[in-house]
Design a protein around this ligand. Structure first.
Ligand SMILES: Cc1ncc(COP(=O)(O)O)c(C=O)c1O
Length: 390
């Protein structure tokens, strides 16, 4: 029998919760809808040595999910939160001090940028933004010696692939910590901890839960860091709720097949769009014409390139908004990673916090749309795009 560390990710996602306390022999972790747990003298401890007494601190359904997440991301332990932003806030608050410097690429999820700016103003740490390219980030690390570097593996929305190996190596030499938001790539394509990152954060709302029906987040790291952040979660009260944890446990079981399927459909759609006369440019790291394809082939584990495709219309905003209004199966909505395909207009959603001049330079133009490819039949999605573009 292989040890957990040697098992495949599909097996880990299905069995990694290790749940075995149910007196009736159920092998699916139940939803523990209980705010409190009895305390009659003896202390009931979780497997990580914390007390099981109150669901703001620990809950067995949430704990089962955390065990799966820690295995999938090759971490020592995990903490589940009630949103991706709660996880990111927990990670930043737990690590940062007033005398520190945080470096963050300017093309990250807008609320992450807003949070970093707001915290920097309130707490007084230095925040430096940098152009989202591996070489520029490495130069910045060498020259400016930040204490914490926060990156997203694939930038949102133009899908620039940041090489986590290079960033972690530079940070190791400069003595800084790397936090990686692995939401877009998922542990199926990439495990940043294996490449030297200190911490991985996720919006579980996206691929991991995968069905567009819950909001959640997580931090995965080495056990001592998770112990320290556990206190932050307890104080902030940001733990995931048991029903959401149950749905996420159910969703994560199919993560690998979902990522495989949406990546394959996304490649077919990217190829279709690249040849379309109304399209100026397609951003997808799996296209041979894409500047990040070579790094993607080196760092993505499964030779898959993810389920997000961004594309720019030649006629800009007018045409982009028309497409957004005309799709029938593909829903106009600013999320990603679920069973339903979603189309979003980044200028007014995830990238709205960015000043206009930066947006243009980053390629987040008024004609850009971001498609999260779901699990519908590929030919129906292509047909839908075709009629919307016609
Ligand atoms: C890359 C990324 N990180 C974090 C978040 C925040 O996650 P949540 O909406 O679950 O708080 C999002 C949300 O869209 C995201 O796209």
């Amino acid at each position: 029998m292989r040890r957990w560390a040697e098992m495949g990710k599909a097996t880990e996602a299905i069995h990694g919760h290790e749940f075995k306390e149910e007196p009736f022999g159920a092998f699916i972790p139940p939803i523990y809808m209980s705010a409190m747990f009895e305390q009659r003298g003896e202390t009931r401890l979780t497997d990580r040595g914390t007390e099981l007494k109150y669901s703001r601190e620990e809950n067995p359904t949430v704990r089962a999910l955390e065990k799966v997440l820690a295995k999938l991301e090759k971490g020592g332990d995990a903490l589940a939160f009630n949103s991706g932003m709660a996880a990111i806030a927990g990670a930043l608050l737990g690590l940062i001090r007033r005398d520190m410097k945080l470096m963050i690429p300017m093309e990250v999820y807008g609320t992450t940028l807003e949070l970093s700016q707001t915290l920097s103003e309130k707490i007084g740490f230095t925040l430096e933004t940098v152009w989202p390219e591996t070489g520029r980030i490495v130069e910045h690390i060498v020259d400016r010696k930040p204490d914490i570097v926060f990156i997203e593996t694939l930038t949102n929305p133009t899908l620039k692939l940041i090489d986590v190996r290079e960033i972690s190596k530079a940070c190791f030499e400069a003595g800084c910590w790397v936090i990686v938001d692995n939401t877009f790539t998922t542990p199926i394509l990439l495990n940043p901890l294996k490449h030297g990152a200190l911490m991985v954060v996720h919006s579980l709302t996206k691929y991991i839960a995968g069905h567009n029906d819950i909001v959640g987040g997580a931090i995965i790291s080495m056990t001592p860091f998770i112990k320290m952040l556990w206190d932050w979660r307890r104080m902030l009260g940001g733990i995931m709720q048991p029903f959401e944890a149950y749905l996420t446990l159910r969703g994560v079981k199919t993560l690998k097949v979902r990522v495989e399927r949406s990546s394959k459909t996304a490649l077919a759609i990217a190829e279709y769009l690249e040849d379309h006369p109304k399209i100026e440019k397609v951003h997808y790291p799996g296209l041979p014409s894409n500047p990040y394809k070579t790094i993607a082939d080196k760092i993505f584990e499964e030779k898959l390139y993810g389920g997000i495709v961004a594309f720019e219309l030649k006629k800009g905003k007018t045409e982009a908004l028309k497409v957004l209004r005309r799709t029938k199966i593909i829903k106009p909505s600013p999320s990603l990673g679920g069973t339903e395909s979603l189309l979003t207009y980044p200028v007014i959603s995830a990238s709205r916090a960015l000043p206009e001049e930066f947006r243009e330079k980053l390629g987040i133009t008024e004609g850009l749309l971001r498609l999260s490819v779901g699990l519908e039949d590929p030919e129906d999605l292509i047909e839908d795009l075709s009629q919307a573009l016609a």
